[in-house]
Design a protein around this ligand. Structure first.
Ligand code: 7RM
Length: 648
């Protein structure tokens, strides 16, 4: 019997256990002093286990070098029983997925009973196509309910899904298919977004040209336009799933069985396949979803992310469905057909919790208050942001204009690697400050360290680390555990290093200052400077390239590329446009250089390392604050770069 046992009454229904600041302190300290007891309690309450775990965490941030950390290792479950079956039984007619398509008013509602049927049918179809437990499936889809159904169908079989955002190019898709050795791909004929057609099947065909590992491609028909077809490989979703049985027992897996791989950018040109496992991930996603947003039974919960990103995994699909919530899925963009689209949907669907990215808020604020005020937003209770720091002006606009000063704002800081929200206000319990991610979740112990790894006590600024394991954290990088260790645990001994800078104020509130590594955050899309550089030097005319971010009023960061021409080549406007075409081809439609500067050379140290600090300063328009450049191999290059900069 634990001293800090959480009273059962607060867990009745799907109410959050944290309503007051005292609740928060109690939960946070219990998770700190007795993490295993705390998380075992949480998981037993929130998750359906076929065999309930008795073990908490095993391993720490030293032992992760040799073997991944585990959580709940002796438990067995299938995540779809938590996300679908038990709700299909207890509340079969509740809407599980509320979908709105590209055209306003094009709506589908799937109840938990229907979701259960669709997941079972799809799992049966996948099994009939030969998919087995542990095999990998790439999902390359738009925002249709079938994307969530496909994720869950894989999970039901114990297969491992890897969703690739529908904006990625054929080459990026091929890299991911190869890296995880996918047996199967699930795609659509075409996607629809903002009135435009996205040729998903065509890109997929291009990616799979000459790839022999992929045995089957399952194709969901969204638009019905003709697409290329390989009869021995391609299968229509409606044919395979349509006739399948609607019963399929869930395959039990170990708690640490991988649930999915999600590729994310780091500081090298090669994206990492971040691996999340079943029991710990689901526990953390469900707990944070319920607590941060103060989830209520009758909520219409709406997250505007794409399932191709971690936010879509944790807070459209797994967290909300584990909690038996109604989760909204949106196929289109915030400005289609006009800048009132979000608020029009809030009014029509009576959305209560709304979660989006700061970049969308800034873009919409630029359209003024008119499109917001045209729609009734009285249903809103909680407003969330994620993906990048939110500037206080955008925060105030969200709070005052969208929320009419009535709603709690939760600025949720987390990462693909953390699995779920890690530093954030808890809607009913945390006093907010515009721009602050505020306080850590129960189970999260942040530490701010200096260059030498010394832990900062009290207020100050430095590098953000997390000191102890938590159930939602990534376990490894697919096929490369050594890379997992070096990337996250070798910079500061025994700590998880986030890659973010952070400032802590006198109230213990955390203010994330942005990435301190070579990762860019453009409109909430995480991209590596090295990926851009690899694409740019691929061009014949480019000898060298260095890419940095610069502050951008709407996108958060813009992409600034310094390019050095190959001898005899001229990089004129047409040539630079061609470079962006290559970037698009090698990375995807969401990747674009905003500003090019052609330079005679890159500033390098005598050992040949590019001095990014200098390039960042110049791109920010602060070329007069370079400080000491005497260690450079060729100081004249810096002069030329500084002289070549033109604002705007
Ligand atoms: C969820 C997600 C992670 C990076 C992270 C930060 C930045 C995310 C916030 C934020 C300031 C926030 N996963 N970031 N949320 N910065 N305030 N509330 O975005 O893996 O794609 O990106 O995003 O730099 O390290 S992600």
């Amino acid at each position: 019997m634990s001293m800090y046992a959480v009273p059962d009454r607060v867990w009745a229904g799907s109410q959050s256990p944290i309503i007051t600041p005292d609740d928060f302190r109690r939960e946070w300290f219990r998770a700190f002093y007795d993490p295993d007891g705390f998380w075992l309690d949480v998981t037993r309450r929130l998750i359906h286990w076929q065999k309930a775990p008795t073990e908490g965490a095993y391993g720490d941030f030293h032992s992760v070098k040799h073997s991944p950390i585990t959580w709940f290792a002796d438990g067995r479950l299938n995540v779809t029983e938590s996300c679908v079956d038990r709700h299909a039984e207890a509340q079969p007619d509740k809407v599980a997925i509320l979908w709105e398509g590209d055209e306003p008013g094009d709506v589908r509602r799937l109840t938990y009973r229907e979701l259960h049927r669709e997941v079972c049918k799809t799992a049966n179809a996948l099994a009939a196509l030969g998919l087995k437990k542990g095999e990998r499936v790439i999902l390359y889809m738009g925002m249709v309910p079938e994307a969530a159904i496909a994720m869950l169908a894989c999970a039901r079989l114990g297969a491992i899904h890897s969703v690739v955002f529908g904006g990625f190019s054929a080459e990026a898709l091929r890299d991911r298919v190869r890296d995880c050795e996918a047996e199967m791909v699930i795609t659509q004929d075409e996607g629809l977004r903002g009135g435009r057609v996205i040729p998903l099947k065509q890109v997929c065909d291009e990616a799979l040209e000459g790839e022999h590992g992929v045995r089957k491609v399952l194709v969901y028909q969204r638009t019905g336009n003709p697409v290329g077809w390989k009869p021995d490989r391609d299968v229509w979703w409606h044919e395979a799933v349509g006739g399948a049985s609607d019963e399929r027992p869930a395959t039990p897996v170990e708690a640490e069985h991988p649930l999915f791989i999600l590729y994310t950018s780091g500081s090298t040109g090669r994206p990492k396949g971040v691996v999340h496992t079943s029991g710990g991930y689901l526990t953390y996603a469900a707990y944070t979803h319920r607590v941060v947003f103060d989830l209520r039974d009758d909520d219409v919960y709406a997250c505007m992310a794409d399932v191709g990103w971690i936010t879509g995994h944790s807070y459209i699909v797994y967290g909300p469905l584990a909690n038996g919530a109604t989760t909204f899925m949106f196929e289109s963009t915030p400005v289609y057909p006009d800048a009132g689209r979000y608020w029009d949907m809030v009014a029509r669907h009576k959305i209560t919790v709304f979660y989006t990215a700061p970049t969308a808020i800034r873009a919409l604020a630029a359209h003024g208050e008119g499109p917001v005020k045209a729609h009734d937003r009285r249903s809103l209770r909680v407003l969330g942001t994620v993906g990048e720091p939110i500037n206080p002006e955008a925060w105030e606009w969200y709070y005052n204009v969208v929320g009419e000063g009535r709603c709690n704002i939760v600025d949720t800081w987390w990462q693909t690697e953390t699995g779920g929200i890690s530093i954030s206000p808890i809607a009913p319990a945390t006093a907010t400050k515009p721009g602050a991610a505020t306080l850590p979740m129960p189970g999260i112990v942040p530490q701010i360290v200096d260059e030498q790894g010394r832990v900062l006590r009290g207020p100050g600024q430095g590098y953000l680390c997390i000191a102890y394991p938590w159930p939602g954290q990534a376990r490894t990088v697919w096929g490369d555990h050594a890379r997992f260790f070096t990337t996250y645990f070798s910079t500061y001994d025994g700590k998880y290093f986030t890659g973010d800078g952070c400032h802590r104020d006198e109230d213990g509130y955390h203010w994330i200052t942005g990435r301190v590594d070579d990762v860019l955050n453009v409109s909430g899309h995480r991209m590596g400077t090295a990926e851009f550089e690899a694409a740019l030097v691929f061009a014949e005319a480019v000898a060298e390239a260095a890419v940095v971010g610069y502050p951008h009023p709407v996108k958060g960061q813009g992409v600034y590329a310094y390019v050095v021409a190959q001898p005899g080549e001229v990089l004129d406007t047409a040539a630079l446009d061609a470079l962006n075409a290559i970037v698009r081809q090698r990375i995807g439609a969401h990747a674009r250089v905003d500003r090019f500067q052609v330079v005679p050379g890159l500033p390098k140290t005598r050992s040949g390392k590019v001095m990014r600090r200098i390039l960042r300063k110049v791109a920010e328009g602060r070329g007069d604050e370079l400080g000491d450049t005497s260690t450079l191999a060729d100081p004249e290059v810096v002069e030329a770069i500084r002289a070549g900069y033109s604002p705007g």
